[in-house]
Design a protein around this ligand. Structure first.
Ligand code: BMA
Length: 385
């Protein structure tokens, strides 16, 4: 009897298998995911991802009070009968301790969706449009507060007037990451992508609002604190905008370092309000140039590479997927491409097709392209190979 009880106790010691590895401080599954992302970054295939895919879309929003709607809907799935391999969610406003993120999605729901997607074999990435702790405003810089914005990064670093508050913000992120656990005690690995698009100046951590040293220190502080708080399931992505314009030294100017970063990314959007072919061609050229640089740097630094955000708002051409996006991605080995959200609460703000949208047939062709990976194509993302 005593023997049986102790055997049970050790089986039930659910955290054992999830102990961090001595070398990296992360779980084996998290390291396996990284190994697989790197291998994919060196191959012809790439995963497709969509932000907020399973929580709302065009003309619908999940019923957040009703559990039975969890992972039942997705615009992408409605079009090609498969989920994206990669889902993305945003932690903006978690720092304030509220229930919902900046786009109105409850954090409890995001947690459930992340665990559900992990259980079906998919991958998750998280961005963080953190509010401004100094001005009290949003992540976006307000012109009227410009002088405050330029002091925000300095204020959150050690010795700054908002340092202590900022630590409590990081702790809220750590609590959330630590809470991503299946009922069997498995920590769900995620790719965390904070402080993105810093080469532009629209966020308080952007180019004109801090020095390179301060930006790097922000990363250092973020990761150190998350580690101290026991986070063992996060990989980290660096995702500038396209301001470096193909210049590797510029891209790396604020790079926090190989010890802190696992994946090198790029956020690059297609702006062509009137389906103007010249503008679309400019996007293709710009994307190709910048992605080529990112892939080369990733190779040198032995990191994974991805197109961390892209999209053509309103998808004004029928064949954007196979004629604009896929040809560029065929030239550059990345592990994933992620398109932004299909907003239910903001007219004309969508980046993935939905039933009836005129790029759906082309999207199905993109889906059927052997190089694109959707949920049914990925298995073993967390296995050791
Ligand atoms: C932006 C827009 C905003 C949204 C934010 C965070 O690009 O989609 O409407 O609030 O991302 O998701």
């Amino acid at each position: 009897m005593a023997l049986a009880a102790s055997a049970l106790a050790s089986c039930g010691d659910k955290n054992k298998a999830e102990d961090p590895l001595a070398e990296s401080g992360r779980t084996q599954r998290t390291e396996n995911l990284l190994t697989n992302l790197k291998a994919m970054s060196d191959s012809a295939v790439y995963m497709f991802g969509h932000h907020d895919d399973t929580v709302y879309g065009i003309g619908w929003e999940a019923d957040y009070d009703n559990d039975s709607t969890i992972h039942s809907k997705s615009d992408v799935k409605s079009v090609c009968n498969d989920y994206p391999a990669l889902l993305s969610f945003d932690l903006g406003r978690i720092e304030l301790g509220g229930d919902r993120n900046l786009d109105g999605v409850p954090f409890s729901r995001i947690r459930q969706e992340i665990i559900a997607h992990f259980n079906r074999g998919g991958m998750v990435t998280l961005s963080w449009h953190a509010d401004n702790p100094l001005s009290g405003g949003t992540a976006w810089v307000a012109d009227s507060l410009k002088d405050v914005e330029t002091r925000t990064v300095a204020a959150v670093l050690e010795g700054g007037q908002k340092h202590d508050v900022f630590l409590t913000w990081l702790d809220k992120v750590a609590d959330f990451l630590n809470s991503l656990e299946t009922p069997y005690g498995v920590k769900v690995p995620v790719l965390f992508r904070p402080w993105h698009e810093h080469t532009g100046s629209w966020f308080w951590w952007g180019q004109q609002h801090c020095t390179a040293e301060q930006y790097k220190a922000l990363w250092q502080l973020t990761e150190e604190r998350l580690k101290q708080k026991g986070v063992v399931n996060a990989l980290y992505a660096y995702s500038p905008g396209t301001e470096a314009d193909g210049d590797a030294a510029k891209y790396l100017e604020r790079y926090p370092g190989d010890e802190l970063i696992d994946l090198l990314g790029l956020d690059c959007y297609c702006f062509a309000p009137e389906a103007d072919t010249t503008q679309i061609a400019q996007y293709t050229e710009h994307l190709a140039k910048n992605l080529k640089m990112v892939c080369a740097i990733a190779k040198q630094h032995q990191k994974a590479a991805a197109l961390t955000e892209t999209g053509y708002e309103c998808l004004k051409t029928d064949n954007w997927w196979t004629q604009t996006l896929a040809p560029v991605l065929a030239q550059q080995p990345i592990c994933y491409v992620l398109v932004w959200r299909n907003a239910h609460n903001r007219p004309n703000h969508f980046f993935a097709p939905y039933p009836g949208q005129h790029s759906t047939s082309d999207f199905v062709r993109f889906y059927n392209d052997k190089r694109t990976l959707f949920l049914s194509d990925v298995n073993g993302l967390y296995l050791q190979k």
